[in-house]
Design a protein around this ligand. Structure first.
Ligand SMILES: Cc1cc2nc3c(=O)[nH]c(=O)nc-3n(C[C@H](O)[C@H](O)[C@H](O)COP(=O)(O)OP(=O)(O)OC[C@H]3O[C@@H](n4cnc5c(N)ncnc54)[C@H](O)[C@@H]3O)c2cc1C
Length: 411
């Protein structure tokens, strides 16, 4: 089949690679270079343990204080509040314990096979060196403080995540840079990360092209259809484009396209920021998750990346780099010896659904359009397993993951 893949982020690129393995003729369509949108500057964590939704029970007790601080970990630009309010109401509706257990079970199904789903893509594209399995440390100022997150950590364990207690002595042996600030940790030894998310996307994309994929530099503005079949795309460059099937993997920009196929999806963007400290003098070896500080810290190829922040301000508002400044200030506070003389900043649009689950499946009312977007905080984690599942659906094979919770018509 000639299949158009709309979007060359991690999700579209992995999906194309999996489709190609089944012998499909793939065409990428994206006005950007591969891996230049949200898949560019994320924290790179590939965590089978990242199965908890963003909306957790009790979170809303903390939210008012966060919201009152314009540079706090969660912010809403006031002009955007009326637009995002209905989405937030749904988000809160999913944050009770029963829903969180359901969502975490579904996400765990998608994320447990992260490395198995990436393996053939990395092997084929010679990108094994861009992914490492060095584990993640969730770190806390004390064992007592860690209890705030106990329920979620217990849920992870129930779902099969390997999480080991790490007392202070062992913690500072594993990571001497944490001395003095963190006194307790949980080690997720199965976790990994990519050294450079954008390079990873580009490597898989380049291999797809070497293997015969076409790449069209254009924006998709609509579809041509005959009944339930999509027969082509409308491109902003006016060129004709015919296909036998299409996958929408346009990240945070996917809702408008999906709407044209007749399905409304409540897709919102949670904007996030990073600061990367070039040639960091820290010697961290694990991905560090400092939950008290809402900060992820990852040693990467280009330096030490400090990432986090959730900002509701839509797709068009300019970045507020003061938020990246806050991440750097936090990094300096936690690691007073950090040499941060050379840094770069970035903002990206996480594609988010109110239940923190992506949409993976056939577009309702169509025979040959598939949806693969909405991975929120876990797109690097879930890119390859999503691609594998879309290839299964296109081929009519049984899915390897329970896809029911990811259906597009669940809202
Ligand atoms: C600060 C931060 C830290 C993060 N850390 C992590 C992490 O550690 N681990 C993790 O798993 N995830 C993380 N994430 C989330 C992750 O980055 C995203 O979930 C993921 O990148 C989404 O990938 P995507 O392919 O869906 O979208 P994108 O990478 O945004 O790609 C979408 C592509 O679609 C194209 N497109 C859109 N509309 C059209 C159209 N009409 N026509 C043609 N092309 C179109 C765009 O140009 C773009 O190239 C983080 C995100 C942020 C912001």
């Amino acid at each position: 089949m000639r299949i158009a893949v709309v979007g060359t982020g991690i999700v579209g690129t992995c999906t194309a690679a999996w489709l190609q393995r089944d012998g499909h003729q793939v065409t990428f369509v994206d006005p950007r270079e591969p891996g230049e949108a949200c898949s560019f500057g994320n924290a790179g964590s590939m965590s089978p343990s990242a199965c908890l939704p963003v909306g957790m029970p009790g979170m809303w007790k903390k939210a008012p204080a966060w919201l009152l601080d314009p540079l706090g970990p969660l912010t809403i630009r006031w002009a955007y509040l009326p637009i995002v309010a209905p989405w937030l109401a749904r988000f809160v509706g999913y944050s009770n314990r029963a829903e969180v257990v359901r969502i975490a079970t579904a996400l765990r199904g998608l994320l447990a096979p992260i490395f198995e789903a990436y393996a053939p893509l990395l092997e084929r594209s010679g990108a094994n060196d861009l992914v490492r399995r060095s584990g993640c440390l969730y770190v806390y100022s004390s064992r007592e403080t860690a209890k705030q997150w106990q329920w979620g950590m217990d849920l992870r364990r129930k779902l099969g995540v390997d999480l080991r207690d790490v007392e202070e002595d062992e913690l500072v042996t594993l990571e001497p840079d944490l001395r003095g600030t963190f006194r307790f940790g949980l080690l997720a030894p199965e976790n990994g990360s990519t050294l450079d998310p954008s390079r990873l996307v580009k490597a898989i994309h380049a291999q797809c092209v070497r293997d015969g994929a076409q790449a069209v530099k254009a924006s998709v503005t609509g579809f041509t259809r005959t009944g339930k079949r999509v027969t082509g795309l409308t491109l902003d460059n006016g060129e004709p484009f015919e296909c036998d099937g299409v996958v929408i993997a346009g990240g945070a920009w996917s809702a408008a396209l999906t709407g044209q196929l007749g399905t409304r999806i409540p897709l919102e963007t949670q904007r996030g920021y990073h600061v990367t400290v070039a040639s960091s003098n820290l010697k961290l070896r694990h991905t560090i998750m400092a939950l008290e500080h809402n900060l992820m810290i990852n040693p990467m190829a280009m330096g030490l990346r400090l990432a986090g922040s959730v900002e509701f301000a839509g797709l068009k508002a300019p970045p507020n780099y003061a938020r990246a400044g806050v991440l750097l200030a936090k990094g300096r506070e936690l690691f007073p010896h950090l040499d941060s003389s050379r840094t770069s900043e970035w903002m990206g649009h996480r594609p988010c659904l109110p239940d923190s689950l992506p949409v993976i499946g056939r577009a309702p009312g169509t025979d040959n359009a598939w949806l693969a977007f909405g991975h929120g905080h876990v797109g690097m984690c879930g890119g390859a397993s999503t691609g594998r599942e879309i290839a299964n659906l296109v081929a009519g094979r049984a899915p390897q993951v329970d896809l029911e919770p990811f259906r597009a018509d669940r809202f």
